[in-house]
Ligand binder design. Structure first.
Ligand code: 13P
Length: 256
């Protein structure tokens, strides 16, 4: 069994560096006795350099990168830049970036970003998930297409380092309900089957498939026990050090 990982997606929060430092410091403090679980915070780009200096205990990640290395791409940030500042991970293909206000990223763009992240030495966290669950189970084809297109041309060797976050869009954000652990379990098996068909069986064991979408300290345990989740990608709960640390500690007690 691979080491569990909890990745906090701060999204576009908080509003100032001062608040970011406070939030990060409090989170680090609450996790002082955690040894077996990998903890990552994906903060806005602007805060990464400063947070890096506060603690090495929590790894850092970005929430996006552009696929080119350097050049005339106004407003973009490259994988090399993120890597060179000391971050280790990058979230790619989050549904909030796939929708219109995030620039409408499609699978082809996410694919380019994955390749660029790997080249820069970053570990990509790829978000997949359907917008709705239809009775005809079309959502399974939707997720299959996301995985197949996002992973086009990725080498077998790289696959085992990538983290896949199953985040059904309907389960994300305020007022939404999380998926059930059974729903996650089914998707976990389904995603592994798609990868195994695409890349060959032997490499799939090491791929970590985590759950995101209204994760909190109350539902995390069931996702691991019943859903066989390898970890979590909490949004709102990562902005609350108490809740976030409870999620991490649940993983810690179950990590070997
Ligand atoms: P919430 O945990 O706030 O539902 O957000 C999930 C998410 O989008 C993490 O990437």
């Amino acid at each position: 069994m691979s080491k569990k990982i909890v990745i906090g997606n701060w999204k576009m929060n908080p509003a100032s560096l001062k608040e970011a430092e406070k939030l990060f410091t409090e989170t680090v403090k609450m996790l002082s006795d955690v040894k077996k679980t990998e903890v990552v915070i994906c903060s806005p780009f602007l805060y990464l350099e400063k947070l890096k200096k506060i603690s090495k205990k929590i790894s850092l990640g970005a929430q996006n990168i552009f696929w080119e290395e350097v050049g005339a791409y106004t407003g973009e940030v490259s994988g090399d830049m993120v890597y060179n500042i000391g971050a280790k991970y990058v979230i790619l293909g989050h549904s909030e970036r796939r929708n219109f206000f995030g620039g409408g990223e499609n699978n082809e763009i996410v694919n380019k970003k994955i390749k660029s992240a790997i080249k820069s030495g970053l570990i990509p966290i790829i978000c997949v998930g359907e917008n709705v669950r239809d009775e005809n189970h079309e959502y399974l084809n939707f997720v299959k297409k996301q995985i197949e297109e996002c992973f086009n041309g990725i080498s077998k060797n790289s696959i085992s380092k990538i983290i896949i976050a199953y985040e059904p869009v309907w389960a994300i954000g305020k007022g939404a309900y999380p998926a059930t652990p059974e729903e996650f379990r089914e998707m976990n098996i389904f995603i592994r089957k798609i990868l195994s068909d695409k890349f060959g069986l032997s490499n799939i064991e090491g791929v970590r498939i985590i759950y995101g979408g209204s994760v909190d300290e109350k539902n995390a345990l069931d996702f691991i026990i019943e859903g066989k989740a390898d970890g979590f990608l909490p949004g709102r709960a990562s902005l609350n050090p108490k809740k976030f640390s409870k999620i991490v500690k649940i993983c810690e007690t179950l990590n070997k």
